[in-house]
Design a protein around this ligand. Sequence first.
Ligand SMILES: Nc1nc2c(ncn2[C@@H]2O[C@H](COP(=O)(O)OP(=O)(O)OP(=O)(O)O)[C@@H](O)[C@H]2O)c(=O)[nH]1
Length: 507
Amino acid sequence: MKMKWLYPAALLLWLVLCALIGVAFASRAVHQAESELERVTGRLAEDIAQRLNATEAQLDSYAGFSTFGQHHGELTEHSLLLRQFKRHRAIVLGLRVRRVNEDERAAFERELSARRGRPVAIHGYDPGRQPPRFTLEGGGYYPVVSMMPAGELPPPFSPALGMDVSRVDFLYDALRQSQRRELPALSRPFALGDGRLGYLIIRPADEFVLQPAPALLPDRQFVALVLRVDDLLPRPLNLPPGMRVQLWHQRYGQQDPQGRFLDTGRVARGPFETLLFPSLELSRSTGGSTPSLMLKVSWQLGWAQIGLFEWLVMALLALVLLAVLLFGVNNLLRCHVDRVAREQELFHLANHDALTGLANRNLFEDRLQHAIRRVRRNGKRLALLLLDMDRFKPVNDTYGHAAGDRVLQLIAARLNEVLRGEDTVARLGGDEFVVLLEDVDADADVAQVLERLQLALQEPYDIDGGTVTLGVSIGTAFYPHDGDSIEELLAVADRTMYSAKQRAAER
Ligand SMILES: Nc1nc2c(ncn2[C@@H]2O[C@H](COP(=O)(O)OP(=O)(O)OP(=O)(O)O)[C@@H](O)[C@H]2O)c(=O)[nH]1
């Protein structure tokens, strides 16, 4: 049996095992990455919530002192606000907004103009126009009644005094949210004057503080802060390679660029990496007292997930596996070769004569059987020659058994020399040999072989201590003429051999 397939099979097994090791290490890396993603997402969500809570606290204190300012003058309010701004760099602007009904509008504008010392009218804001166009429509208004600082203001707040918040959809949306929940609400982000992103946080002012100012009841007042988006998240973000952070307003879809607070952008990965490694993602709702932001952290994993140590361990495991497999295959092959050699040896011992190396009776009968079957098909003849040496016993008696053995070996060698390769010669025992000639065409051919055998075997044999000469008596039998079984053929050959021996003895 050929065992050459063992090497490719071992190589295939090795590749499969290497792939399994790779998968095990990769799944371990993915598991670690999942924990890391959870940790980073939790940390960011926590951070954002804390920052928004701090901003809400600023807004709460602004709500307090803005009404206080109405009693003690705006100068006091502004100086308190300025102090707050200095401590909290993220704050860009503080605003106070008040609801004014249509029938109160004229009185309100008069009062605001008198307070500001210049004409102030309620106006809308159309950011689509360059320069922006300020318009006004009927109904109720939410004009800005106070703002800080009053200098260079970012759109949509320039000029903000008297601007109707309800005409800016995203600001009005935040205002309505805060009104409904009686809690702070966030607007979507918008561009500040310096091009950076800002957002507005707004809440109703504390009405019980307004009690001593009946002129303002039943109007609702709101306070708002405009803050920089940059300060909503820790800087730098310190993200692992390949990680992407997206933060958007819950009232906008993830794909809507209007609601986007932050997007660190997709990280480029090779096609092989995207094919082999999974992409993980985790979303969290975050914010202050009313979570209004969505945080999504996605992570396309890649080669970087598997560290140098893991690569080394994998390479080592692969090498050890290869060595073990090659060792196993070599051992298997060696065992196989040994077994085949042992089988061949056993076969030889079972079918050959130990002294001369010629076929024994067993093998001879087998060959004869095969030859009879072949000849039955092709109609040819077989000849069986039975050889018995004359005067062999005296060799043993005179020169010893070892010399007799040597002579038997020399006889075998001469038989092999005289006969063709395809003829079978066997030792039946003692000094008796048998020859099988196949494809015999004519009797003359057999006679020729008999003569050659007799000449060769009658030549003197050199042994230790002298030279011996032997005779040989040969009996013949033909298949199918003399029988069609081995026993019949051997019996006929034995008879003719015996007659030949007698003739030789008489001479
Ligand atoms: N050395 C040796 N002698 C053997 C072996 N096997 C048998 N013999 C001997 O060979 C002899 C064969 O006997 P025979 O055939 O009667 O002897 P022979 O002198 O040839 O007599 P004829 O055949 O009548 O001429 C016996 O003496 C056996 O002991 C063997 O393996 N080695």
